[in-house]
Design a protein around this ligand. Structure first.
Ligand code: ADP
Length: 542
C-alpha cells in the first residue's frame, strides 16, 4: 500500500527561497578579485539570482543547457550556483587549474553555451577561445568600470543583471532534472563528468547540514577554502544557506597569511579544505604564535590528513573533522565527527579515531570487497576495494558510455578505486588509492601509512611515498620529502619510521625536494612523482 503524502519535487531553488525568507539577514562576505571585501545578505542574493535567471533566459538559455563557470569562491559564483539551475539549466563548474588540453576537452564535451569567468581568467580564455565552441557566449564576472580590454566578445555580468528586475517565479523543474556538472580531474584518460540532479543536490545539502552540526548552524561563520569549482565546495554552498550559516569567501587569496587575516577579520569559526592548505595556515600560525581569533574547526579531506597535522590543530583547541568523499559522491561520503562518548576518551585515543576518515553520512552505504568481489568483514582489519551506493552517488558519467559501464558492479554499487578497512563502529580507514599502493615482493605497502609516520618527524614538513620499479621486488617505496629544517637528518627519520613499520615497509631511499607537485585539486600528484622517479636508482640496487 502506498503512503498518501504529497510528492513535491526537490529543487535547488527551494534552498535559496528558504534562505531568503528564514535566514535573510545571514551574509556572504567575499574577498574579491578586484580587491576589497564585498557583503551581501541571502535576501539580497536571492533577488540578484532572480535577475540572473531572467538574464539567462534573455540569452536564450533554457532547460538542459550547460552554463560554464571559471571562477573563484565569491558571491557572483554563488549566484550562478542558484540562478543557473533555477531555470533548469546546468551549472558546469570548471577547474581553472586543469591543463589547456583538458579544459578544451571538457568545454567541448559538455557543449557549454555560455561561460561566466572571473577577471583573473580572461587572458587564459583568450588563448583558449579558438579551441572552444564558436557560438560560446562569454560573460565577465565584474562591473562596467572594471571591464578589461579583451579580444573576447564578452558581456559584462553587472550590466546583464542591471537590465532586469527581480520579479520572477522559479519554474517547477522535475527533481530528476540535471542541475550541475563537474568533471573529475582524470589523472588517466579524459576527465569524466558527474552530472548531479536537483534531487541529489538537495539531499546532499540536507546530509551535510545534518552531519556537520559544528560548522553548519545558524549564525556560524564558515569559510570554504575548498573551491566552488571542485565538487560543490563539499556541499557548503548549499548547506550554509539552508541552515543560515554565514559564508566567508576567500576569492583567489588562498595562502596562509591571507587566510589568517580574512579569518581573523571576519571571525571565521570553521574552514574547510585539503591538507596542503592547512599546512600553509599552520606555518602562518606558528609564525604569529597564535591561531586566528575565534577559530574553532577545520574540515579536512580530499587526501589523507596526517595524524601530526590533526594533532597540531587539536593542540590549539581547533576541532578537526577528517572527511572522505569524491566528486562522484557530490562529494561527501564520510565525516569524522565523534559521538559524545568518544569525545570523552583520552586525547591519544581521540586522535586515533580522528585520523581515520570518519563514519558514513546518512544515506551512504559502504562495502569493501576482495579481488573476486567477495564482501569483507567490517572488523577494522580486513581491507578491500571500497564500493558505495546512495542517492547522492553517480549512476554513470555524462555522455560517456564506456566509463559509465565500468563505474558500477553487478549489484549497482559504485567502485571508488580506494582500498580501505571499516571498523565495527563504522570508522573508515583509507589505506590508499588502489593505484598508489606499493607492491613489494607480493606484499602491499600503504603509502599513506608511511607518509603519516614520516609527517610525525620534526624534520619533515610534507612528503609523499611512491613506488619505484625494483628488479627483485617489483616495486619499492621511496620517500620524497620537503624538509622542515636546513639539514634534515635522514638516519633519524629512518630510525623513527623503523619504530613503527616492519623492515620491508621502510622506504629504500629518501629524496629531499623544495616542493611537491600538486594536482589541479591541490593534492600531491603521485602520478607526476612516479613519472619523475621512474628511473630513480635505489641505493641498494646500485
Ligand atoms: P580528483 O581525482 O579530481 O582529486 P576527487 O576530489 O573526487 O577527485 O578525489 C576523490 C579521491 O580523493 C578519493 O577517491 C580518495 O582517493 C581521495 N580522498 C578524498 N578524501 C580523502 C581522505 N580524507 N583520505 C584519503 N583519501 C581521500
Amino acid at each position: 500500500m502506498d503512503g498518501m503524502m504529497m510528492h513535491r519535487p526537490l529543487r535547488v531553488a527551494d534552498i535559496l527561497t528558504f534562505a531568503e525568507e528564514i535566514h535573510g539577514q545571514a551574509e556572504i562576505v567575499s574577498s574579491t578579485v578586484e580587491g576589497g571585501l564585498h557583503r551581501e545578505s541571502y535576501f539580497e542574493m536571492a533577488a540578484r539570482c532572480r535577475r540572473l535567471a531572467k538574464a539567462l533566459l534573455r540569452l536564450g538559455i533554457g532547460l538542459g543547457d550547460r552554463v560554464a563557470t571559471l571562477a573563484w569562491n565569491g558571491y557572483r559564483h554563488m549566484e550562478l550556483y542558484y540562478g543557473v539551475p533555477g531555470i533548469g539549466a546546468i551549472c558546469h563548474t570548471i577547474n581553472p587549474r586543469l591543463s589547456a588540453e583538458q579544459m578544451a576537452y571538457i568545454v567541448n564535451h559538455a557543449g557549454d553555451r555560455v561561460m561566466f569567468l572571473d577577471l583573473t581568467f580572461v587572458p587564459m580564455v583568450e588563448k583558449l577561445a579558438a579551441e572552444f565552441p564558436n557560438d560560446l557566449t562569454y560573460v565577465i564576472l565584474t562591473d562596467r568600470v572594471q571591464m578589461p580590454a579583451t579580444t573576447l566578445d564578452a558581456l559584462c555580468y553587472e550590466d546583464l543583471l542591471a537590465a532586469e528586475d527581480d520579479a520572477f517565479d522559479w519554474p517547477d523543474v522535475p527533481e530528476d532534472t540535471a542541475c550541475g556538472l563537474c568533471y573529475t580531474s582524470g589523472t588517466t584518460g579524459n576527465p569524466k563528468g558527474a552530472l548531479y540532479s536537483h534531487r541529489s543536490m538537495v539531499l546532499h545539502a540536507l546530509l551535510v547540514g545534518v552531519s556537520m552540526q559544528n560548522s553548519m548552524t545558524p549564525g556560524r561563520r564558515v569559510l570554504p577554502v575548498v573551491p566552488l569549482f571542485h565538487a560543490n565546495a563539499w556541499g557548503m554552498a548549499h548547506a550554509a544557506p539552508l541552515v543560515g550559516a554565514h559564508l566567508v569567501m576567500p576569492g583567489p587569496h588562498l595562502d596562509g597569511a591571507s587566510l589568517f587575516d580574512l579569518m581573523e577579520a571576519e571571525r571565521v569559526f570553521a574552514a574547510w579544505g585539503v591538507p596542503t592548505v592547512w599546512l600553509g595556515l599552520m606555518a602562518e600560525i606558528e609564525q604569529r604564535g597564535r591561531p586566528p581569533e575565534g577559530f574553532g574547526e577545520i574540515v579536512v579531506g580530499g587526501s589523507a590528513a596526517a595524524p601530526a597535522l590533526i594533532r597540531a590543530f587539536e593542540y590549539l583547541g581547533v576541532n578537526v573533522c577528517h572527511a572522505w568523499g569524491m566528486t562522484e559522491m557530490s562529494p561527501i561520503g564520510t565525516l569524522g565527527n565523534l559521538a559524545p562518548e568518544m569525545q570523552a576518551l583520552p586525547f591519544d585515543e581521540r586522535m586515533r579515531l580522528k585520523s581515520c576518515q570518519g563514519r558514513r553520512a546518512f544515506g551512504i552505504d559502504m562495502k569493501i570487497v576482495d579481488e573476486n568481489g567477495t564482501r569483507q568483514p567490517h572488523d577494522g582489519a580486513a581491507t578491500g576495494e571500497l564500493f558505495v551506493r546512495g542517492n547522492t552517488v553517480v549512476s554513470g558519467y555524462y555522455d560517456n558510455a564506456e566509463a559509465s559501464a565500468a563505474a558500477l558492479d553487478a549489484d549497482g554499487w559504485f567502485g571508488t578505486g580506494d582500498v580501505a578497512a571499516i571498523s565495527p563502529e563504522g570508522f573508515l580507514t583509507i589505506t590508499d588509492r588502489a593505484k598508489d599502493l606499493i607492491k613489494s615482493g607480493g606484499e602491499w605497502i600503504s603509502s599513506i601509512d608511511v607518509e603519516n609516520m614520516a609527517m610525525a618527524h620534526p624534520h619533515v614538513a610534507n612528503c609523499a611515498v611512491i613506488a619505484v620499479p625494483h628488479p627483485k621486488w617489483d616495486e619499492r617505496p621511496v620517500l620524497i620529502a620537503v624538509p622542515a629544517v636546513d639539514q634534515p637528518d635522514t638516519d633519524a627519520v629512518m630510525a623513527h619510521l623503523a619504530e613503527h613499520l616492519a623492515t620491508w615497509q621502510l622506504p629504500d631511499d629518501v629524496v629531499y625536494v623544495e616542493e611537491l607537485p600538486l594536482t589541479a585539486t591541490g593534492k600531491v600528484s603521485k602520478l607526476t612523482l612516479r613519472r619523475q622517479y621512474a628511473d630513480h636508482e635505489l641505493p641498494e640496487v646500485g
